[in-house]
Write a protein of this length. Structure first.
Length: 390
């Protein structure tokens, strides 16, 4: 119920933002060149390190590992294979879904099976709607998730996935009860669900106003619009007002339908938790394998989940959070692209990142965040909080 209500709230707010501020945000986006986008993504990765729980060194290592994984494949500019080890299957890189399913889906199953029996629900559950305490704890998280998702959705490579992970990290960092996360903390549900929906909605802003796809889904939307002779860009709101406002209305109607369909069925979804884990995990494995195979109709993608599942299990065992790795993996390709564009425009002059005021400001903020979190008393506090949770 919390997930449905938080999603509806975030979707409504984000739809309003798309309707009201798309032209204004488009003007701001025009000021962002390749150097600014690169610096912004550096700031995003540093923020991932800051928000990660536990060791800073481990979080930095996970980010770097994610960046290295994103480099696997064929170089876009030169066409030279990188880190493929002669494998044709790796020439197109690794799918994000493969990494995520291995790290979170399969690794969690291995960890649960290693730790013994896991019966999720044995007693009858009543009171599906949030209590007063749930509202008190979940509402601020939903608001924060909405704001975070609305901002990240506008950025290239942001969207719903990055918003969810970032929101979860923020809520875990701000919570007075971080030990409850992963065990039913209401903030860990409300925040990411709100961020996910807000990010999905606001990712339409750069697509509609600039004609820039920030996610693969938006790229498909642009292709669909062009098939119908509609050119996405700054003129779409004036040349095709019926399309723009129809899209806005459909967003809100879709969010309303999610609530109408989800809330009455909450009881049915909860009954899934009564299924014994020995029956549940084979079904999870099956559906994950089907999902991995359906990406490219290729068994290779299914096999690729295996090393990530093993790595995810040991990361969980060694208390290395996979979220920074995924952020590095998502942003790595875009960072390289904007880095090369900036250097091409500046003719190889690296000072372009510090001579442009907006880019320099973003880098300064990133450095300040890294210095602050590395201060001895801050590190000590992080370690103490991590040990208490452990």
């Amino acid at each position: 119920a919390t997930a449905a209500l938080a999603s509806f709230f975030a979707g409504t707010v984000a739809t309003f933002l798309v309707a009201a501020f798309a032209p204004v945000l488009a003007e701001v986006a025009f000021k962002f060149g390749p150097a600014e986008y690169f610096s912004l993504m550096i700031l995003g990765l540093i923020a991932a390190v800051v928000l990660a729980h536990g060791s800073i060194i481990k979080a930095l290592g996970m980010v770097v590992f994610g960046l290295l994984l994103s480099m696997i494949g064929t170089d876009v500019n030169s066409g030279v294979p990188r880190f493929t080890f002669g494998s044709m299957e790796l020439a197109d890189g690794i799918e994000f879904a493969v990494v995520a399913m291995g790290m979170f889906g399969f690794a969690e199953i291995i960890f649960n099976l290693r730790s013994g029996s896991r019966d999720l629900l044995t007693a009858k559950v009543t009171g599906y709607m949030p209590t007063k305490e749930d509202w008190k704890r979940g509402s601020p998280a939903a608001v924060r998730g909405t704001l975070l998702g609305s901002v990240l959705g506008i950025l290239p490579g942001g969207g719903a996935v990055l918003s969810s992970f970032a929101s979860y990290a923020v809520e875990k960092k701000l919570s007075k009860r971080p030990q409850e996360f992963g065990k039913g903390a209401i903030e860990g549900v409300a925040g990411p669900e709100a961020a996910n929906n807000a990010g999905a909605q606001t990712s339409f802003i750069p697509m509609l106003t600039l004609g820039i796809p920030t996610t693969p889904v938006m790229a498909l939307m642009i292709a669909a619009m062009m098939i119908h002779n509609i050119q996405p860009g700054p003129q779409v709101m004036t040349s095709n007002p019926s399309l723009f406002w129809g899209l806005i209305v459909s967003m809100w109607v879709g969010n309303l339908m999610l609530v109408i369909l989800n809330l009455p069925l909450v009881g049915m979804w909860i009954k899934l938790l009564q299924v014994p884990y020995r029956f549940l995990y084979p079904a999870i494995l099956l559906f994950c394998c089907i999902g991995a195979y359906s990406l490219n109709n290729n068994v290779w993608d299914v096999l690729m989940t295996i090393p990530f599942a093993i790595a995810g299990y040991y990361f969980k065992k060694w208390h290395c959070e996979p979220a920074p790795l995924l952020m590095g993996f998502i942003l790595g390709t875009l960072m390289e692209e904007y880095l090369r564009r900036a250097l091409t425009i500046s003719r190889g002059d690296w000072s372009v990142f510090v001579t442009r005021p907006l880019s320099a400001s973003l880098l300064v903020v990133a450095v300040i965040l890294l210095v602050v979190v590395a201060l001895p008393f801050i590190r000590k506090k992080r370690d103490e909080a991590f040990q208490e949770e452990d």
